[in-house]
Design a protein around this ligand. Structure first.
Ligand SMILES: CC(C)[C@H](C(=O)O)[C@@H](O)C(=O)O
Ligand code: SF4
Length: 468
């Protein structure tokens, strides 16, 4: 029998039509929307006099430019207010389900969606946002689309797509202390390269992935796009099913039993062929820190800033030199000597409850270093915030000198009031360290939540395997 990958099984179920050139019309089960990439799409529907094909396949919420404090009083940014109000109006006009700013379920769409059970195994999920790959942790084909495609999906519930090649990244071994899914993601990007997975759908497999919680798998899948991949996914297992059980939008009763039986088949067949296989031994990894302006410019916390002079490839060497200039770092400096101005714990990569717990564990009873200008904790959703508060995590953060905010993208992208000033250096749990990403001239180092928390206390990076 023909052995199929997980990707192929989901893809095959969703093919509506295939053109002569291989372009496929794919059915979309779930479409998430946010305020930044949806306005023109709704405008397109209005102009064409169209209605959404299936309103309840959509779920919208503002996240990118929402204020993370005093939110009722502080919608003072004109563009943010216009976009958030437009989302409210458009969702009302087109009967699209919406979590408003005041709704406790509001949050970063890639945190709130799975939390509600809106991302179900076997689905094709799209959103006008590149980090839609996050939802692949629940055995889905999930990826970002452009604004014109947002309009197409709203109108037709389908998408024109080309089938990507298949890559499997096998994580072997047992992760040591201080090594999290974030470090696995960064290690994967370092190995594959920031564009190395272009044209591929990745499946993450191996015992180290099976050991991860579903939340941690989301962290891993989230960063697939930073290796250039179309999407990233993890096969169904007991953890997937336990994660979904009882979630508001998950099936119930007999439909649940039927769904679980179907979901169990969502694994790659034993002999399924992948176009590329990558092997990573997590036992060899330490906690990682990016030093440059691309997520693949990354070293272990016990290493030194690399020297471009040692790089033989001219293009790479020039890239490294430029990155070091932008980051204001000298080759040979131990990364633990690098002092920080701000700390950001948040983003769709690392703002779920387990991330906040990991950070809180590190700061318990300690205080943010006096040299740190600001340390922010921004939960990924209103419900994550509530649960964290029920556990008393907020008090640990506040006592330690962190600011405890409302849910949104915040300093990951700096589209609201939370951003770096030029020249400031930040330890950030987000996914992109590009030039100007967190604010014009800002310098970003990507790390795990525990590493960010430890850096806040010390004022510089520390090896969390050694500190207590
Ligand atoms: C604003 C949005 C289109 C963008 C994306 O697609 O990724 C943002 O979420 C980001 O992380 O840069
Ligand atoms: S948290 Fe950051 S990466 Fe995630 S959707 Fe928002 S801006 Fe994009």
């Amino acid at each position: 029998m023909n052995q199929r990958t997980l990707f192929d099984k989901i893809w095959d179920e969703h093919v509506v039509d295939v053109g002569a050139d291989g372009t496929t019309l794919l059915y979309v089960d779930r479409h998430f929307l946010h305020e930044v990439t949806s306005p023109q799409a709704f405008r397109g529907l209005q102009l064409a006099g169209r209605r959404p094909w299936r309103s309840d396949a959509n779920l919208a919420m503002p996240d990118h430019n929402v204020p993370t404090k005093d939110r009722a009083a502080h919608l003072d940014d004109a563009l943010a207010r216009a976009q958030i109000e437009a989302l409210d109006r458009n969702c009302a006009e087109f009967a699209v389900p919406l979590f408003r700013l005041s709704d406790p379920r509001q949050g970063i769409v890639h945190v709130s969606g799975p939390e509600q059970g809106a991302s179900l195994p076997g689905s094709v999920i799209v959103c006008g946002d590149s980090h839609t790959s996050t939802h692949g942790a629940l055995a889905t084909i999930a990826h970002g689309i452009g604004t014109s495609e947002v309009e197409h999906v709203l109108a037709t519930q389908t998408l024109l797509a080309r089938k990507p090649a298949r890559m499997r990244v096998n994580f072997h071994g047992v992760a040591g202390a201080g090594v999290s899914a974030k470090d696995m993601a960064l290690a994967m990007i370092a190995k594959v390269g920031a564009a190395g997975a272009q044209g591929y759908a990745i499946e993450y497999a191996g015992e180290a992935v099976r050991c991860l919680s579903v939340e941690a798998r989301m962290t891993l899948c989230n960063m697939s796009i930073e290796a250039g991949a179309r999407c990233g996914m993890v096969a169904v297992d007991d953890k997937t099913i336990e994660y979904l059980r009882g979630r508001p939008m998950a099936p119930r009763g007999e439909s649940w039993d039927l769904a679980v039986r179907t979901w169990r088949a969502l694994v790659s067949d034993h002999d399924a062929q992948f176009d590329v296989e990558i092997e990573i031994d997590v036992g060899m990894l330490g906690p990682l820190v990016t030093w440059g302006t691309s997520p693949d410019m990354v070293i272990s916390v016990d290493e030194k800033i690399p020297d471009p002079a040692a790089e033989k490839d001219g293009t790479r060497r020039a890239g490294m030199e430029r990155a070091l200039r932008y980051m204001d770092l000298a080759p040979g400096t131990p990364i633990t000597d690098v002092r920080l101005d701000r700390i950001f714990i948040g983003s769709c990569t690392n703002s779920r409850l387990e991330d906040l717990r990991a950070a809180a564990e590190v700061i318990r009873g300690k205080h943010v270093a006096a040299s740190i200008r600001q340390a922010l904790v921004v939960p990924g959703s209103g419900l994550v915030k509530q649960q964290a508060e029920n556990e008393g995590l907020h008090q640990l953060f506040i006592d330690a000198g962190f600011e405890w905010r409302d849910a949104g993208c915040s300093m990951c992208v700096g589209m609201n009031a939370d951003h770096l000033l030029s020249g400031e250096r930040c330890a950030s749990t987000s996914n992109r360290n590009f030039e100007d990403r967190q604010g014009v001239g800002g310098r970003t180092h990507l790390v795990s939540p525990a590493m960010a928390a430890a850096a806040a206390i010390a004022g510089h990076f520390v090896d969390i395997r050694r500190s207590s």
